[in-house]
Design a binder for this molecule. Structure first.
Ligand code: PAF
Length: 286
């Protein structure tokens, strides 16, 4: 498994593969790889001949009070993990390679409305940073397919939207969330949880499952379901930011005609921000 740091080297390598008619998948990450990322790579390997995993901690998607400096950089661990799963290359650029004029002066990819709701309401500028770096990575690699985790569901919807709006010739593939034995969604940030917080953390998923069951049982009082989710999490020791039932395709509030919904949550547990979601189909009334 080769580690590539320069855009021109990445492009040369891809051109060689293309000459042999080999297709390319991209798995964008910020490194600190866990079993969830391994699933993304496995799915990418099913979809393309060559798999590139980018590992770049993107400064543009962190707010001034967020954990950019603290974000774990685990290069050795990541290269070993990618070698074990037979990825073809890791793209590991420095900040100057991606933002030659500095990230503060970068051209931006900004999606109105959808970037400002849910997580975007609590993390100003975050999704503009994500959309900008994902667009750059897609332009550098020009893969046939790019693979993202469903755990960052709003990110996935935003990436699908930018690909559509900017007419980018790439398929976006979502992969279901990988969970620990007790239901906690795997995340690079779980390592910041104390032992007590780690015991509490799966209650986030339990609250989502309870809301999912109510909808599966025919309850369409989404306001009450959301309120109950917030209260349950507060009682368990979280500081919930939102507990929201939305349409799965565009994250708008459900309408009478909506069939595919998603329940999304973000909550602070101590100093750690956790997010999760579950999908649910609305039962047809006879
Ligand atoms: O999900 C992530 O790890 C990041 O937001 C991404 C998509 C790699 C962009 O930096």
């Amino acid at each position: 498994m080769e580690t590539i740091t320069r855009i021109h080297t990445m492009r040369e390598r891809i051109a060689g593969w293309r000459r042999k008619n080999q297709s390319v998948a991209l798995v964008p990450t910020m490194g600190n790889l866990h079993k969830g990322h391994v699933k993304l790579v496995a799915r990418a390997q099913e979809l393309a001949d060559k798999v590139i995993v980018s590992a770049f901690v993107n400064p543009l998607q962190f707010g001034p009070n967020e954990d950019f400096d603290k974000y774990p950089r685990t290069f050795e661990h990541d290269t070993q993990a990618l070698t074990r799963v037979n990825a073809d290359a890791m793209f590991h650029p420095g900040a100057f390679e991606i933002y030659p004029m500095g990230h503060e002066r970068s051209t931006l990819v900004d999606l109105p409305e959808i970037s400002g709701i849910l997580c975007g309401a609590y993390r100003a500028g975050h999704f503009t940073g994500v959309a900008t770096v994902v667009t750059k990575l897609l332009n550098i690699v020009r893969p046939e397919v790019a693979v993202f985790g469903e755990k960052d569901y709003q990110q996935l919807v935003i990436v699908r939207r930018l690909v559509m709006d900017l007419c980018l010739p790439v398929e976006i593939e979502g992969v279901p969330t990988v969970r620990d034995h007790d239901g906690l969604a795997l995340s690079s940030r779980n390592r910041f949880l104390s032992r007590g917080e780690r015991n509490t953390a799966p209650k986030l998923y339990l609250a989502l499952k309870a809301a999912q069951k109510r909808i599966q049982d025919g309850d369409t009082d989404y306001a009450a379901i959301q309120q109950n989710g917030m209260k349950t999490l507060e009682a368990a020791g979280f500081e919930p930011q939102y507990f929201a039932v939305r349409q799965a395709n565009d994250l708008q509030p459900p309408r009478d005609s909506s069939r595919e919904l998603i329940i999304l949550v973000a909550a602070m547990l101590g100093k750690t921000r956790l997010i999760d979601n579950v999908q649910v189909a609305v039962v047809e009334k006879r």
